[in-house]
Design a protein around this ligand. Sequence first.
Ligand code: GLY
Length: 590
Amino acid sequence: MRSVVVTSLGLVTLAGFLAPPVHAAPVESAAEVKRPVAEGYGGAVATVDLDASTAALSVLRQGGNAMDAAVAGAAALGVTEPYSAGLAGGGFIVYYDARKRKVTTIDGRETAPRAMTSTAFEGIPFDEAVTSGLSVGVPGSVAQWDTALRRYGTMPLRQALRPAIEIAEKGFVVDQTFHDQTQQNAGRFADFTSTASLYLPGGQPPPVGSVFRNPDLARTYRELGIRGPAWLYGGALGREIVATVKKPPVRQGATRNVRTGLMEVSDLRAYRALERPPTKVTYKGLDVYGMAPPSSGGSTVGEALKILEALPKVGLHEYLEASRLAFADRNAYVGDPAYVDVPLDQLLSDGFAKERACLIGPRAMAHPAAPGSPDGSYAPCPSATPGASVPEEKKEGPETTHLVVTDRWGDVAAYNITIEQTGGSGIVVPGRGILLNNELTDFTFGPAPGDPNLPAPGKRPRSSMAPTIVLKDGRPLLAVGSPGGSTIITTVLQILVNRLDFGMSLPEAVAAPRASQRNTAATQAEPAFTERYGAELTALGHTLTDVPGPPAGEIGAATGLEFLRDGRVQAVAEPARRGGGSALVVTPRR
Ligand code: GLY
């Protein structure tokens, strides 16, 4: 979303650049040009942000592989997209290893501290939990980067962090999205001395066109590279994080009730990133791989695709209904598999899909859809009894970000990164330039007996992140993912349906207007979707409603790759949502 100021790694150096943190003169743009589609050879990347894409591309150009570039891109997003990504957050990587011809995943989801209880969030207003130490999960990103690089990369962490350090030191140009996100958070940022001094210099969001530097973050990344992950997971940085969680730096006079957190250094010491098998479904002869629990991304996208495959035709009505049913099952069955028995194989089975598909008729089904019984025993067509009322879905924002990378060897990374809410907990660790996540608000607050996503000590909150890789005959065809809270799932599903069923190209599939049905009474829809399809869907009994902001009217901000003939790859980012993203290739097609 922003244009770059820096580098020796393929980014542009601004001679004599000695700008103060903000309010400097606008800086001219980079060698790489921000565009949403790029096609070529030798590797490719797409992120929401030109600086981050350029950082990842520079690593590919140095000979790094897709995992090296994914980590470099994620670290760069921690600088330029700090309200969605950062080392105090978490994420999920779905990775195709071309040499082994195998898809794997790395789970860097945050965990609840050991002192967490199932009732810790009960009765707490959601907005109060959002801006608190209580909601801060044990960060997973650094362990994830380390595990990912050791197992699949070629570079040490120190090297992968270099482009991000350069951007943090030299700065990036503030764009409208960064400015607006800061503005939307200004009230709570102002309540923490560390956050206000970084993100509200002079008491205001940095103006569009000014240069924003984060020297504290540059130092933090540099020291992390030297000292390694143990510096966070039990060392001095970890102690600073724990101190901040337990005593957030609330400004004098602030009236906000800031609850303190439960994290201890021992929680950091106990943290592990986990390599997990991906979810896999076949859809129309293709193999679709996604993120397994604790994310509900792979299971929900996968189940909806299987339901669609069991139907005689696939249109927008069927897309909405399949998504509604898959969300009913997600909410009933998916949580951290270390704590709940998730019937994953059954949720993704043909038998269950056929039973669920039977419930889809010519008109929208009654709300709410009841969860099915993924028990291995399936009736040809059970009757459609509406479910008991479901609690109102909690507020979901456009948080999170997604990047895709491929390299010259054909490795592919689809990587969702998050600090949960846009702006996370709103609390910057003093002197470190990093925002703490508020990922624990992804737990069900309760009371909700039997809910698979209630908090527990050490548990990972259920996620909706859905980085997805599609193989055709064992070779990559597509990679796709998006931000957007629970709408991530429907965005990925809709892009796949647009591409595989409706005959759109990947750029068209990404740009097309979106709607999101998550077992709610009304389906959220972008204005262009309602304009084009509202009448026909309303006639079938669907109710469409506007997408609440900010930013109002937008669902997701996807990135994707398509592997074309002759070794060509097409990298795709949003053309407009969130200000548009950046797609780059190592060697553009002539
Ligand atoms: N925090 C967004 C997600 O994990 O789905």
